[in-house]
Design a binder for this molecule. Structure first.
Ligand SMILES: Nc1nc2c(ncn2[C@@H]2O[C@H](COP(=O)(O)OP(=O)(O)OP(=O)(O)O)[C@@H](O)[C@H]2O)c(=O)[nH]1
Ligand SMILES: [Mg+2]
Length: 300
């Protein structure tokens, strides 16, 4: 085999909520393409991040965390995650090593048997755990599913992340690249911008509220001076939530807007004027149109 034979493929990153899938995706790609928060259920749909490694193009697919779904949005997210695994060339299961084989991870390991794709295991957050705990955990997980390879990484510090890339470089099938060489994401800018604002909401607000909100970019207009005027709407389910998002004297929304504007400007490499609106849309989480926007199937 000549060294310059091109390879490419899809690698799904699966795991429980908060395992660090999005953090790892960003570390692998070397840029922020998927939003991250300390809360569970941050990622809602399949987010692709593209990385080049030698002659290989690796398309990582970040998936929503897998858990026992209750609400409709939960069900759509979880089924999108399993769908992502089924469509990939290879599936990587992430386990938060600090949590170990808790009920959530055991349930995922059980169902992983139904996934026909080759699988590998990533024990994440090794910065928080002693090495002997890791070895034990790897052995236990290997009893539950068939993994071609096990990695121990810290997506946060970057430790071990390069080994994953090196392995995938020769593990993926030969074939032409699937995206232009310099592309790192397949999300349109306006969607990435909405995701960034949603991340700032997640980071800023408490418990239920982030989950019951949703952000859409309504306008993205390039101005005469090259800057862009972006209008986004934050949808919430109830009037009381709107008040919380806006905050006392508008302080909360102002902080969200400042943080989001800065990051959107960095990402798009332009000056940004960001205008945020908050609207109450009762029951948006049961509205098929919102699911289409997010790229999710609408479950019955
Ligand atoms: N200490 C430590 N924290 C980490 C590591 N990787 C991720 N985290 C933290 O774990 C939290 C969750 O990270 P995410 O990347 O959003 O997790 P996720 O699996 O994408 O979560 P969902 O999208 O909700 O399924 C964040 O606070 C991260 O900073 C790691 O290697 N070490
Ligand atoms: Mg995520």
């Amino acid at each position: 085999m000549a060294d310059d034979v091109k390879r490419a493929g899809f690698v799904a990153l699966l795991g429980a909520p908060n395992a660090g899938k999005s953090t790892l995706l960003n570390a692998l790609v070397g840029a922020k393409v998927s939003i991250v928060s300390h809360k569970v259920q941050t990622t809602r749909t399949l987010v692709r991040g593209i990385a080049m490694s030698g002659p290989t193009q690796v398309v990582f697919v970040d998936t929503p965390g897998i858990f026992a779904p209750k609400r409709r949005l939960d069900r759509a997210m979880v089924s999108s995650a399993w769908g992502g695994a089924g469509d990939a060339d290879i599936a990587g299961l992430l386990i938060d090593a600090k949590k170990g084989l808790d009920d959530a991870n055991l349930a995922i390991l059980e169902r992983l048997g139904d996934v026909r794709q080759p699988k590998f295991l990533i024990l994440n957050k090794v910065d928080l755990v002693r090495p002997e705990v890791l070895l034990k955990l790897a052995a236990l997980a290997a009893e539950k599913a068939d993994f071609e390879k096990t990695f121990m990484v810290s997506a946060l510090t970057g430790s071990g992340v390069a080994d994953v890339m090196t392995w995938l470089e020769t593990r993926l099938p030969e074939g032409p690249w699937l995206y232009p060489e310099d592309q790192i994401s397949d999300l349109p800018l306006r969607m990435l911008a909405a995701e960034i604002t949603r991340e700032k909401l997640f980071l800023r607000l408490h418990e239920e509220l982030p989950y019951e909100s949703h952000v859409e970019t309504e306008q993205w207009k390039v101005q005469g001076d090259g800057s862009v005027r972006i209008e986004q709407t934050i949808y919430v389910e109830r009037d009381s939530q709107k008040k919380i998002v806006i905050g006392k004297a508008g302080q909360t929304i102002k902080a969200i807007s400042t943080a989001a504007r800065k990051e959107i400007a960095e990402m798009a490499e332009v000056d940004v004027h960001l205008f945020l609106f908050v609207k109450v849309r009762e029951n948006w989480a049961n509205d098929p149109e919102r699911y289409r926007e997010m790229g999710l199937e609408f479950p019955d």
